[in-house]
Structure formats: structure tokens, C-alpha cells
Design a protein around this ligand. Structure first.
Ligand code: NI
Length: 172
């Protein structure tokens, strides 16, 4: 397993639309293993492949609490099959937008279809933090960041801060 560098915004790669995974091969599983390790090390609760420069429709999630057993989810080619009418507001962050947080409203409950680590077709219904996380990570597959759900003013403020941080880091 290997830790992969996480791409931070603003970066055009994060705006790319990812491509469906054609077959769940050992190479794909290796990438998922690396993504999970990278996510745990960050630490984070979700990571989409594009955040480590892999333009494939897959993500890893683990919303278990500290002290609980780990509950890693490997999700490939996910599609929503149902979204609840009621929304819930949650304060979101993102490993690609370090130290930036904002409240985002999304459907409170979702159902998805996806392929698991072994390429088997699965269904999942989620609410709470898992529903938020699934929607946030699935957005990444279409090049959408959580700040894209905010007003242009708030979004630009956060992206400008990140750009400044990046320039400072590059300047060393
Ligand atoms: Ni994110």
C-alpha cells in the first residue's frame, strides 16, 4: 500500500468528470487500498479517486467513530436511485480544501447502486453522516466541490484563501 498525494483546490483536475470503471481488477483494488490508506492518514472520512489524480468513478468512505471498529466502504460506479425530498444542513469539509468548512444543504436520505471491492452489484440506503458523505464524494466524480453549493461570494472567498495558502506553500 502507498500514500498518495492529495490534490488541493484550486486545481483544474478537481473539475474533471471521472470515467466509469470498466472492470474491477486487481489494479483497481490496489488503487482503492491506496486511497483508503491515504484517507485514514489524512485523516478524513471520504476520498474520491480524482482527489489523488485517478480519473475513475470510485471512492472510499469510513464514517465509523474513533474507538469503533473501522468500517471501510469501497464504492465503484455509484448511481443514485432515490433521494429524499427533505434536506438536511451539515457543516462539510474536504481533504482537497484544507481547513475550510461551510454548511451545505443536501437530501437527508439517499439510495445508491454501486459495485463493491469484488465487483459485485450492491445497493445501499443511507442517512445521517453517511448520506452527506456519499453525496459529497459522488459530487467529486462529476467535478463538483462542496463550495459549488454555496453562494458565489462564499465560494470565491474560500477559493481565494486556498490559492493564497498554495502560493505561500510554493514560495516555501
Ligand atoms: Ni471532498
Amino acid at each position: 500500500m502507498a500514500l498518495l498525494p492529495i490534490i488541493t483546490a484550486p486545481d483544474p483536475r478537481l473539475e474533471a468528470v471521472s470515467t466509469p470503471v470498466e472492470a474491477v481488477t486487481d489494479e483497481v483494488r490496489q488503487q482503492l487500498d491506496d486511497m483508503l490508506e491515504t484517507m485514514y492518514a489524512a485523516p478524513g472520512i471520504g476520498l474520491a479517486a480524482i482527489q489523488v489524480g485517478i480519473q475513475k468513478r470510485m471512492l472510499v468512505i469510513d464514517v465509523s467513530r474513533e474507538g469503533e471498529d473501522k468500517q471501510p466502504l469501497y464504492i465503484i460506479n455509484p448511481e443514485f436511485t432515490w433521494l429524499s425530498d427533505d434536506d438536511k444542513v451539515y457543516e462539510e469539509g474536504c481533504l482537497s480544501l484544507p481547513e475550510q468548512y461551510a454548511e451545505v444543504a443536501r437530501p437527508a436520505e439517499v439510495k445508491i447502486e454501486y459495485l463493491d471491492y469484488h465487483g459485485e452489484k450492491k445497493e445501499m440506503q443511507a442517512d445521517g453522516l453517511l448520506a452527506v458523505c456519499l453525496q459529497h464524494e459522488m459530487d467529486h466524480l462529476d467535478g463538483i466541490l462542496f463550495v459549488d453549493h454555496l453562494s458565489a461570494l462564499k465560494r470565491n472567498m474560500i477559493l481565494r484563501k486556498l490559492l493564497k495558502q498554495k502560493r505561500l506553500a510554493e514560495a516555501g
